[in-house]
Design a binder for this molecule. Sequence first.
Ligand SMILES: CC(C)(COP(=O)(O)OP(=O)(O)OC[C@H]1O[C@@H](n2cnc3c(N)ncnc32)[C@H](O)[C@@H]1OP(=O)(O)O)[C@@H](O)C(=O)NCCC(=O)NCCS
Length: 192
Amino acid sequence: MIYFNGTPALKTNRLTLRKMRMDDTRSAFDHWLSDERISDHRVSPALKTGAETKLRLEKIVNAYDSKEVCHWGIELNDGRDLIGEIDLYDFDLTTGNCEVSYSIGYDWWNKGYGTEALKAVVEFAFTHMNVHKLSAAHNTDNPASGRIMEKAGMKQEGVIRHMIRNAKDQYKDCAVYGLLREEYLLQREGDV
Ligand SMILES: CC(C)(COP(=O)(O)OP(=O)(O)OC[C@H]1O[C@@H](n2cnc3c(N)ncnc32)[C@H](O)[C@@H]1OP(=O)(O)O)[C@@H](O)C(=O)NCCC(=O)NCCS
C-alpha cells in the first residue's frame, strides 16, 4: 500500500526539491521547458511561449491540492536558481508501483544534480511512501539518463523497441529500468 504524503520539501547537499510555484514560470521556461535539447528526450514538445508555460505550471500547482501528487521543482541551495523538475507518477494502487521522470536544464548538466535529485526521490518513495517498485525508461539515444538511473541503484530490465513517438514524430527505442524496495533497502544496508 502506498502512503501518499503530497510533495514535501526534500533537502540534499546542494539541492532543495520543493513544490513548484507560479513565480517559477520564467525559470521553468528559460531553463528547461522551452529547450529542445531537453524535450527531444521527453514525450511533450518544447513550449514556445510564456503563456503555455503558465498553463503547464497552473496544472501542476493546482494538482497539489491532492496528496497523491509528487512533483518537485529542483532548486539550487546556492543561489536559489530553479534548474529542473522531477516527479513520481502513474501510481498503481494494486501493485504499489510507480514511475519517475525528470529534467535538468542544459546549463547544469553533468554536475551531478540529476543523480542527487533522483537519489533523494528514490529514498523518499521507498522510505516514506512505501512504494513497491520504481520504474523509468529512457530513449536509448539518451545514455545520460540511464547513467543516473544506474547511479541511483536502478537496474536495466530490457529495451522496448519504438516504445514512444516524440513530438517530432520520431519513434524511439527505450531502455526500461526498475528498482524494488527490497533491493533498495539491501543497497542502503550495504552503504552503511
Ligand atoms: C538525464 C539528465 C536529467 C541528467 O542530468 P545531469 O544533472 O546531467 O546528471 P548527472 O550529472 O548526475 O549525471 C550524468 C551522467 O551521465 C553521463 N553522461 C553524460 N552524457 C553521456 C553520454 N553521452 N553517454 C554516456 N554517459 C553520459 C555523465 O558522465 C554522468 O555520469 P558519471 O557521473 O558517471 O560521469 C539530463 O541530461 C536531462 O535533463 N536530460 C534531458 C531530459 C531527460 O532526458 N529526462 C529523462 C527522460 S527519461
